[in-house]
Each structure stands twice: as structure tokens, then as C-alpha cells.
Design a protein around this ligand. Structure first.
Ligand code: FES
Ligand code: FES
Length: 154
């Protein structure tokens, strides 16, 4: 099936079998490999991308369901010249180690802070509870997201 959507600000299209997940389409057809695939059944959050402003698990969404949508992956969170405030906060707080979970953490946090820039730490923990990290631990990640809130206030 032919699927067309906007990916990180650019119009893209791919010819994929109907069963292809959005994650596989983005990674294998469109060669944007920043989106990671861990559990492949909606548990780990590594594959999180932003579809029409909402954080979604791209391993649970078919590519054809994204037809006509606006999709943002970790590659689209900043321009190539510098880190976004959220990414810079992750670096400052050492909120990553191997980095496997990081694209999903960043996309989840970006969609979340865009809606709730005044969230407290309890709310941040609640929202990030669906994203698993197996090496850094969560304290530094929560600190980074907390600090980045200022950049999302209008
Ligand atoms: S790979 Fe999608 S939630 Fe784990
Ligand atoms: S930094 Fe390794 S899984 Fe989170």
C-alpha cells in the first residue's frame, strides 16, 4: 500500500505491505533510525514518536494509519546545528547512558511538555512511567525534563 505523511517537516511516501508498523516504515523504508524498537508490543516506549501532536508507540501503529498525518521523530526535535533545550537538559543531567531508551524519552517528554509545561515532578514521573530505561535510572531523566519545562512555556 502507498502511504504518505509528513515526517519531520518533509513530505514522504512509502510502498509497504498493509501489516507494516509505523516503526518499521520509519526505520526501514524512510531510513530514520533514531526511533528505536525494543519490545515490539507496546511496553517499553522506545519506539515513541509524535503523531499529530500526540506521543504514540510506533510499534503498535500501522504505517497506513499514519497516512496524511504529521509525524515527528527524535530527529525532528531539533535542527542539525544545536540541541533542543530538552536534549541539552538530558546532556547536562546525564540522563542517558546507552541511549537506547532516549529517543522515546525525548519524544514522550516533548509531546508532554508541549501540553503541560508546568507539570510537577510527580506528574513527570507518571507520564514517563511508560518508558523503560534499563541503565541510567530515572532520577536524572526526571530532573532533565523538569528543567526543560521553561522552554515550553509560551
Ligand atoms: S518497541 Fe514499541 S513500546 Fe517497545
Ligand atoms: S540509557 Fe540505556 S536504556 Fe535508558
Amino acid at each position: 500500500m502507498n502511504v504518505r505523511f509528513q515526517l519531520n517537516g518533509k513530505a514522504v511516501q512509502a510502498e509497504v505491505p498493509a501489516r507494516t508498523t509505523l516503526a518499521d516504515c520509519i526505520r526501514h523504508e524512510l531510513r530514520q533510525t533514531g526511533t528505536h524498537v525494543g519490545c515490539e508490543h507496546g511496553v517499553c516506549g522506545a519506539c515513541t514518536v509524535i503523531v499529530n501532536g500526540a506521543a504514540v508507540r510506533s510499534c503498535l501503529m500501522l504505517a497506513v494509519q499514519a497516512d496524511g498525518a504529521i509525524v515527528v521523530t527524535v530527529e525532528g526535535l531539533s535542527d542539525e546545528s544545536k540541541l533542543s533545550p530538552l536534549q541539552a537538559a538530558f546532556r547536562k543531567h546525564h540522563a542517558l547512558q546507552c541511549g537506547f531508551c532516549t529517543p522515546g524519552m525525548l519524544t514522550t517528554a516533548h509531546a508532554f511538555l508541549s501540553e503541560e509545561p508546568d507539570a510537577d515532578k510527580a506528574r513527570i514521573r507518571e507520564v514517563l512511567s511508560g518508558n523503560l530505561c534499563r541503565c541510567t535510572g530515572y532520577i536524572a531523566i526526571v530532573e532533565a525534563v523538569y528543567e526543560a519545562r521553561a522552554a515550553y512555556r509560551k
